[in-house]
Design a protein around this ligand. Structure first.
Ligand code: HEM
Length: 401
């Protein structure tokens, strides 16, 4: 049971943290906040309330009495050309979520495995013509565009647009100043995406293939065209950058810990390291919620109507749950991270991500290049506060000796 709201103290404000600190080294910031002020207003984020403890992040995502997602005032609606399922609650949300679910359940996505294998084999053969590679551009980026085109139901000719579309959507959704120049870019991306989806819907009606678009378009009573388009954009804006970043963080974690990599190769078990990479650096670091009803948590009053951020990246490093959380350790026993969220809006794409990464990409990559190593003297930088991952990953593919 929650404490009575009258007992709640004012939420403390943190003025020490800067945007640069969040961009460059969020782990240190969150470690301090978890210890001193786990629920806090951050001046650097215009006074936004953030939750940093694992139990609180989980509660924000799962307590639908006090927290909700419904919000039509954010720049996201404009950027996505409509009100997406991600910012809805209750029955309207469930109806739209159910329209996509059949395409993303564990049995259904297995059918893509042969095609994913062909894609990864092709990328690996392209890599093999050189002795070094930047896995950011030569592997993770085309892999992401290729598997998502298949899974979402887009023709291969659209693959090359996916990253531009995703970045236009994300920038638009974060355009809190409602800058028209930023919306002009997302408007153009929306126009291109709508044309692409409309054309693909005709094809999927003629020959259904179990992809996300096909399943939505061929429902007995389909969602409106506007809603299908808008929710397809969630699968672009919410999957493209995240897949690339999570895959790169995982490969970097393995290459920085050669004993763990050797272990994975000899056991041919890639599930634990895939999930450890997801935990270690959450590609989407935080998710917003609206406070539907005031409540007291950890003695402080969380006022109704506020927008709060549940920081899954911090939850995944909470000392109460994780030992030496800053280390990439694929041999951890307990691995219930919050990278895919929780509750009504939990990510629908986790199965697909694990299939392409743990069952196809990692085993094939390291079977072909078992002695791969990081390029010495080329530091790998991680960047980003909302989205986070390595900015490049230069490797030597075959280390001799
Ligand atoms: C590493 C890759 C991914 C990460 C880290 C990720 C993360 C997330 C997170 C944190 C949420 C919940 C947001 C919230 O609580 O407000 C979410 C929702 C969602 N994700 Fe993912 N995602 C990934 C890949 C995918 C893929 C591959 C797809 C589909 C092709 C996908 C489709 C969705 C959809 C449709 C939602 C909205 C669910 C709803 O509102 O009911 N995601 N994702």
């Amino acid at each position: 049971m929650s404490d009575p709201v009258e007992s709640g103290k004012k939420i403390p404000t943190d003025t020490l943290t800067t945007i640069e600190m969040l961009e460059n080294d969020p782990r240190q910031v969150y470690a301090r906040l978890r210890q001193l002020t786990p629920i806090v207003r951050l001046s650097a984020l215009g006074g936004r309330i953030i939750f940093t403890k694992a139990a609180d992040v989980k509660r924000v995502k799962t307590d639908s009495v006090h927290f909700g997602s419904h919000d039509i005032t954010t720049p996201m609606q404009r950027a996505f050309g409509g009100h997406t399922l991600m910012r809805k609650d209750g029955c309207p949300h469930l109806r739209e979520r159910r329209a996509m679910e059949p395409a993303l359940n564990p049995d259904q996505i297995q059918k893509w495995k042969p095609a994913f294998e062909v894609l990864v084999d092709r990328l690996i053969e392209n890599l093999a013509s050189n002795s070094t590679a930047n896995l950011y551009s030569a592997f993770a980026t085309p892999l992401t565009a290729g598997y998502l085109s298949l899974l979402l139901g887009l023709d291969y000719i659209y693959e090359k647009h996916l990253f531009d579309w995703a970045s236009a959507l994300v920038r638009g959704a974060m355009n809190s100043g409602f800058d028209p120049a930023i919306f002009a870019i997302s408007d153009l991306a929306n126009k291109e995406m709508n044309a692409c989806f409309d054309q693909m819907i005709m094809q999927k009606k003629a020959s259904p293939d179990g992809s996300v678009l096909s399943v939505m378009a061929n429902e007995d009573e389909p969602l409106s065209l506007a809603q299908i388009r808008t929710n397809m954009k969630i699968c672009v804006g919410g999957a493209v950058i995240e897949t690339r970043d999570a895959l790169l963080s995982t490969i970097y974690g393995l290459l920085s810990n050669p004993d763990q990599l050797r272990n994975c190769i000899s056991s041919n078990e890639w599930g634990p390291c895939c999930d450890e990479g997801l935990r270690w650096v959450a590609p989407i670091q935080a998710s917003p919620r609206i406070v539907k009803k005031s409540l007291v948590m950890r003695g402080v009053l969380i006022p109704e109507g506020e927008t709060v951020m549940a920081v899954q990246a911090s939850a995944n490093h909470d000392e109460e749950i994780w030992h030496r959380a800053d280390q990439f350790d694929s041999r951890r026993e307990f691995n219930e991270h919050q990278t895919f969220g929780d509750g009504a809006h939990q990510c629908l794409g986790g199965n697909a991500y694990r299939l392409i990464v743990a069952d196809v990409a990692l085993p094939k990559l390291f079977s072909r290049f078992p002695t791969m190593c990081l390029e010495k003297n080329r530091t790998v930088f991680f960047e980003g506060f909302a989205f986070r991952g390595p900015t490049s990953l230069p490797v030597i593919l075959n280390q001799s000796g």
